[in-house]
Write a protein that binds this ligand. Structure first.
Ligand code: SF4
Length: 460
C-alpha cells in the first residue's frame, strides 16, 4: 500500500494528498481514499479503483481541512471490497481518528478476539482497522493520543508504517523493525510544514523536500507547533524489506541517499560479474528489469537493446481476452521487437521469478520473435518463502523456487541458461550493513516471528 499525510492549514491539503497518492499508485491499485480534518470534523472519500478514478476536482473540493491522510490499497489481509478501503475512520473519546496502514500484522487472530471482547463492531476485515480500534480502546480507557497510540502499537506484531490523522495533528509511525518505508518531507514557508509519504516520489510530486526517514520504532507527531519525535519501541532494529529496493518501490525514489535506479543498476553489474554468458544483446523486462539490464550491459560489454516494449496504458482490466486473442498470442502488456531479436543470442534480465508462469510465456514470445538463444538472469536470489509483512506473494507451494532447483526451473522456462543473483551480492550492493534488511522471502529467516497457524495459511 501507499500512505500519505500532511499538516498544512494554508494549503489545499486534499489536493496535495491526491497528487502524493498519484505518485504512490504503483504501491496499490485496488482502492484509494483521503480523509481530511476541518477542526474536529472529518471529511472522507474512498472507493475502489485508481486514484485518478476515485477522485475528481469536485470531490476534492468537498474535502476541506488543515490536515489530511491518504491511502492507496493493495490487498493482503482482507478481501478486495469497498468496506476495506482506507483510511479507516474510528471514533474515540478524544474524537475521530483516520488511519492509513502499509504492511501486514501477523497477530490478527489474537487481536481480533481481544477487540471483540471489548465490544468493537469490526465492520471490515482488515488488520488496519484493528489497529485503529486498538488505539480507540486505549483512548476510551483514559489515555491521551500519544500514550494511547503507543499502547496500541505494543499490541501489534508484524509490519506497520502508519499515517494517522486526528483533530490535533498527523502522526507517522513505523514498526520496531521498520519493514515498510516511511519518509518525512518539508514544505517551504513560514512556518515550515511537514509531509509524510511511503516513498520520496510522493514528496517530489508536490515540491516537498526530503528531510529524513521515520526511524524503526519511531512516532512523529506533527501539529501546529511543528514536529516532535518519540522512540516508542525498546528494541528497534533496521529490517527494511529488501523487496522494496529490488522491485516494489519506484526507481526514482531515494533510499539510503541514492535512487533505487542506481541500486538496481548495481545489482545488474553484480549479476554480470557472477554469471556472464556469451550473447549479442541484453535487455530488461519492462519496467522493473531495465536498470539491472543496463548495469549488466555496462559491466559485461554486451550491447544493451530494447527487446520488449510495454504498453504504458495497460492498467488493470477485468475483461477477459477472447479465445482468438489468446490463441494468436496477442499480448496486452509486452510486445517483442522482432527486428531487434531475430537471429540474436539474448540475455533477458528480470528482477525476480515468483511462480514462473509469466517468465515462461515471455521466453516463448522471444523465441517466436526470432531469438536463437535465450539466457535469463535474475537480479535477486530465488524466492523460496512467502511474505507475511505486506507483499502479496503466493503460498509456498506456488513459488517455483521452493520446490525446484535452478536447473529444473531453467528446463521449465525453456531457457538456454538461467542464473540468479547471489544473496550476498544483493545485500552487499546496498552499501549498507547487510543485517539491516528483511530478506525472508529468500531465506525463511523472518525478523518478526510468524505464529504457526499463520505459516500454515501459506503452506509452510
Ligand atoms: Fe520483503 Fe520478503 Fe521480507 Fe516480505 S519477506 S518483507 S517481501 S523481504
Amino acid at each position: 500500500c501507499g500512505v500519505f499525510g500532511i499538516y498544512a492549514p494554508e494549503e489545499k491539503v486534499a489536493k496535495l494528498t491526491y497528487f502524493g497518492l498519484y505518485a504512490l499508485q504503483h504501491r496499490g491499485q485496488e482502492s484509494a481514499g483521503i480523509a481530511t480534518f476541518e477542526g474536529t470534523q472529518v471529511h472522507l472519500h474512498k472507493d475502489m479503483g485508481l486514484v485518478s478514478q476515485v477522485f475528481n476536482e469536485s470531490i476534492l473540493d468537498k474535502l476541506p481541512g488543515s490536515l489530511a491522510v491518504g491511502h492507496t490499497r493493495y490487498s493482503t489481509t482482507g478481501s478486495s471490497r469497498k468496506a476495506n478501503a482506507q483510511p479507516a475512520v474510528v471514533e474515540s473519546r478524544l474524537g475521530s481518528l483516520a488511519l492509513a496502514h502499509n504492511g501486514n500484522l501477523v497477530n490478527t487472530v489474537q487481536l481480533r478476539e481481544e477487540l471483540l471482547q471489548s465490544k468493537f463492531n469490526l465492520v471490515t476485515s482488515t488488520d488496519s482497522e484493528m489497529i485503529a480500534f486498538a488505539i480507540a480502546e486505549a483512548i476510551n480507557a483514559g489515555a491521551e493520543w500519544l500514550e494511547g497510540c503507543i499502547q496500541a502499537f505494543h499490541r501489534c506484531q508484524g509490519a506497520f508504517s502508519l499515517v494517522i490523522g486526528t483533530a490535533d495533528g498527523v502522526m507517522g509511525v513505523r514498526d520496531p523493525n521498520g519493514i515498510r518505508p516511511l519518509v518525512i518531507g518539508t514544505l517551504e514557508g513560514n512556518p515550515v510544514r511537514y509531509v509524510l509519504a511511503s516513498e520520496t516520489c510522493g514528496l517530489d510530486i508536490i515540491g516537498a523536500e526530503y528531510l529524513r526517514d521515520v526511524e524503526p520504532g519511531e512516532l512523529v507527531w506533527i501539529t501546529e507547533e511543528g514536529m516532535a519525535s518519540y522512540h516508542w519501541s525498546q528494541k528497534p532494529q533496521r529490517k527494511l524489506c529488501i523487496f522494496e529496493m529490488i522491485y516494489f518501490a519506484r526507481p526514482d525514489s531515494v533510499m539510503h541517499n541514492e535512487s533505487l535506479y542506481s541500486y538496481r543498476m548495481r545489482l545488474g553489474r553484480q549479476l554480470a560479474q557472477e554469471s556472464l554468458v556469451d550473447a549479442d544483446i541484453v535487455f530488461g523486462v519492462p519496467d522493473s528489469g531495465i536498470p539491472a539490464a543496463i548495469g549488466f550491459s555496462q559491466a559485461s560489454g554486451v550491447a544493451y537493446a530494447e527487446g520488449l516494449i510495454k504498453n504504458r496504458y495497460v492498467g488493470r482490466t477485468f475483461i477477459q481476452p477472447t479465445q482468438t486473442m489468446r490463441e494468436s498470442g496477442i499480448r496486452m502488456k509486452l510486445n517483442p521487437l522482432k527486428d531487434v531479436l531475430a537471429g540474436k543470442r539474448v540475455i533477458i534480465v528480470d528482477d525476480s521469478i515468483v511462480r514462473g508462469t509469466t517468465s515462461r510465456k515471455l521466453v516463448k514470445t522471444l523465441r517466436e520473435a526470432g531469438a536463437v538463444e535465450v539466457h535469463m538472469r535474475i537480479s535477486s536470489p530465488p524466492v523460496t518463502h512467502p511474505c507475511f509483512y505486506g507483499i502479496d506473494t503466493d503460498s509456498q507451494d506456488q513459488l517455483i523456487a521452493a520446490t525446484k532447483s535452478v536447473e529444473e526451473i531453467a528446463q521449465q522456462l525453456e531457457v538456454d541458461s538461467l542464473a540468479y543473483l547471489s544473496w550476498e551480492g544483493m545485500l552487499q550492493a546496498t552499501g549498507e550493513d547487510t543485517n539491516s534488511f528483511c530478506s525472508a522471502c529468500f531465506t525463511g529467516d523472518y525478523p518478526v516471528t510468524i505464529p504457526e497457524y499463520v505459516k500454515r495459511s501459506k503452506l509452510i
